[in-house]
Design a protein around this ligand. Structure first.
Ligand code: ADP
Length: 179
């Protein structure tokens, strides 16, 4: 599924983010930036040990922010390591932190001439964010950014399983239908 936002495109696909041929892939990291499970482990395995060497020099990253590295063995030139919030019921500032994580990733992409960016569903795995709520925040934030920043040509949102893909398709239709 694809949607045009001005001259930019949002695309939803089912797949593995480590295999994406884009300028930058986003990692759902933890604040240590020293690797973890889920998509983080998959990205470090695919990129090779040099990625961890570079991450060690970054000194971690606060929740709701992101840091950029090279991509090493990945097809992507860069990895943007985003730290989403752990979901604690929704009353602990989680939505703002998640939106800030997405916004920071997009700013870093713009600053580093990354016209094509692939995102996983940040915080919806081990961090427990309800998928539908997280998807709404992600798409609201991405769409608002693309309207102001045509230098980002493509945002590809990569879902690991078909159920998550279906939920995200529904939410993207709702979000864009209201515009
Ligand atoms: P978090 O700790 O931010 O919740 P996780 O890595 O646990 O991060 O999960 C984030 C999302 O990424 C989950 O929806 C999970 O299904 C998905 N995921 C896991 N591995 C991959 C992968 N290789 N490519 C794309 N998405 C993935």
């Amino acid at each position: 599924m694809q949607m045009k936002i001005g001259d930019s495109t949002i695309e939803l696909v089912q797949g593995d983010i480590t295999q994406q041929d884009v300028d930058a892939i986003v990692n759902a990291a933890n604040s240590s930036l020293l690797g973890g499970g889920g998509v983080d482990g998959a990205i470090h395995r695919a990129a090779g040990s040099q990625l961890l060497d570079e991450c060690r020099m970054l000194g971690g990253c606060p929740t709701g922010s992101a840091k950029i590295t090279r991509g090493y063995k990945l097809r992507a030139r860069h990895v943007i390591h985003a730290v989403g919030p752990v979901y604690r019921g929704g009353q602990s500032g989680e939505s703002e932190l998640l939106a800030n994580a997405y916004r920071t990733c997009l700013h870093l992409a713009s600053q580093n001439n990354c016209a094509t960016v692939a995102f996983p569903a940040i915080s919806t795995g081990i961090y427990g964010y309800p998928v539908q709520d997280a998807a709404r925040i992600a798409f609201d934030t991405i769409i608002a950014y693309l309207r102001e920043h045509p230098e980002i040509e493509l945002v590809r949102y990569v879902l690991y399983d078909s159920r998550a893909l279906e939920t995200h398709q529904r939410v993207l239709e709702q979000v864009t239908g209201k515009m």
